[in-house]
Ligand binder design. Sequence first.
Ligand code: ASP
Length: 339
Amino acid sequence: MSTNTHATHGTILASGEIKDWIIERGTEMLRNGTSAADVAEQVARDVEDDADDHSVGFSGLPNCLGMVECDASFMDGATLNAGAVGALVDFRHPISVARAVMQRTLHILLVGDGAARFAREIKAEPRTMLTPTAEAIWWERLQALGIDQDALNILRGGGAIQNSPAQIQGAIDLANQCLNFRKGSDTMNVIVRDATGHIVSAVTTSGIAWKYPSRLGDSPIIGAGNYADNRFGAAACMGLGELTIRHGSSLRAVMALQLGQSLATAGQSTMLDLWHMQKRLGGATVWHNQSADPWIRMLLMDANGNCGAYSTAKENLTYKVQRTNEAAPTQFDAWSVHN
Ligand code: ASP
């Protein structure tokens, strides 16, 4: 059963890939009385700026045509208000644009050109998000499929290529063939609870690399990749969003807490249920000849600040937790359906 042991401290629960200094800075902000919302936004912004991370923000890997399209969402567990952006191109902090959607519009989700227009209107900082390193990784895969610059220009113009070695005619084939090589993915999730029990969750990603243009995953979909409700807890997912959108995983896990399940039971039962759904779907989720199964990792925090992570992955996935009475984050292995 969950306990109140941690309830009196502020807590940050974050993806294991997030650097310690980013979590430590967020924890220091919590100690100084900064709101859970401001801390969650700051942690996500720091991750978006991290050029070492090719799955989020600056230096994220692009879509199949070479454009970095970012998705982000922000949910306030006190009000159930939320904001999100999808397929946002060339703005430095998608998470701040998502939060502004929540604060300044009557909507929840803006995508593509409309999201970019909104970002310009609120004077969000523009930034070229494609870096030479990310571009080289992207281009190597296209070249392996026999796509040269001429063929890419044709695809970017919406035309069809004739006689390509990998039988690629349009962007549909290109995305499908590129995703054939997919090994994994990463989204950066952070759930922040302040000492008063206010919970905010923030999710930011450049989505699945080599995706079809404007494909949205679960990260900007409230209830799929992100959900927070102070009364029960919060959940945020990473991995193949096509699974958690079908399953409504984040909302399901928080609903399990609402129904009185312990943190561990809620997390494990949600991942087991997702796993069974994936088995029922069979080939529909095993993209092409992937050797690695698609997987999901979900961060879960209950209303008292107890934390865990749960996954369907075979390899260990990690998460980090730091409380305001701790000097540094601790890294843990997520529970897996394969354990
Ligand atoms: N969940 C993200 C998506 O489907 C991918 C990821 O975790 O990298 O876009």
